[in-house]
Design a binder for this molecule. Sequence first.
Ligand code: XMP
Length: 317
Amino acid sequence: EWTPDAFVETTIAALQEKLGDDKVVLALSGGVDSSVAAILLHKAIGKNLHCIFVDNGLLRKDEYEAVLEQYKHLGLNIKGVNAKDRFLSQLAGLKDPELKRKAIGRVFIEVFDDEAHEVQDVKWLAQGTIYPDVIESVSVKGPSATIKSHHNVGGLPDFMKLKVVEPLNTLFKDEVRRVGRSLGLEDFIIGRHPFPGPGLAIRILGDVTAEKVAILQEADAIYINNLKEAGLYDQVWQAGAIFLPVQSVGVMGDERTYENVICLRAVESVDGMTADWCHLPYNVLAKISNEIINKVKGINRVVYDISSKPPATIEWE
Ligand code: XMP
């Protein structure tokens, strides 16, 4: 029978055997998968694991600082890289979701490649790929193609010639969480909702600007904090706010306003392949809506997404 403890023990031994004294680079995303992969590798090879955490400017509010701090606290050999401007400038004017994903994927690879070259004699690239990613990246390449290019799988340019190590590629998400707990990772990392690689860029419909990102970060933080305060965060599989560049009319004092819309999304799911919208309590929704409209400049309307997957998807792009 599969147990997380046994998995940890055999995987660490196997990694030591496979990697010896080689150096390994790994891109941390702040998510569960790459974090668990990093801790496993860190236990196996210590400082020979070089972690890189890129701030693409598309993370949740204050996420970069909080997560970097947490990783340092865990003793990881980690370098934070501020690449916000590089991402934003490459996104400028792009409206098509696939072009946005491609631009983000490309800049990520450039930044990561620069950083990986700083590590002398690196031999391996480690990734937090889990079993569903393996399946999905196969199906994305299939004839029905161009579903969504998940840039976090199979991503590096050939010339890097690194061997790839993926210690979690046989596990499902719930198993990864159990392994994380067995490794002593805190809920701050283990319990977090899935978050897409392209981040807030695909939660802003159409073109992305620094201003829209800032508005969405504020609204999203209010949303997520309220879910936590209401004790609902752990009951929801994934939640996030979406910025809709739709100007609808509102009133502020004697003036009419034409501002944007924030859509709240919360779903229940097992693996993200299908999902039901969550029946969040009205009083919680009311509080979130008031707080967003009162505090976030540029928003005068909040709506709640009551669509399930299929046929709707979890993200809006
Ligand atoms: P959809 O929107 O396809 O989302 O129902 C299913 C799950 O996948 C995540 N997602 C992504 N993750 N890169 C990622 O790393 C992406 O481009 C991407 N698009 C969607 C989404 O957040 C949900 O958990």
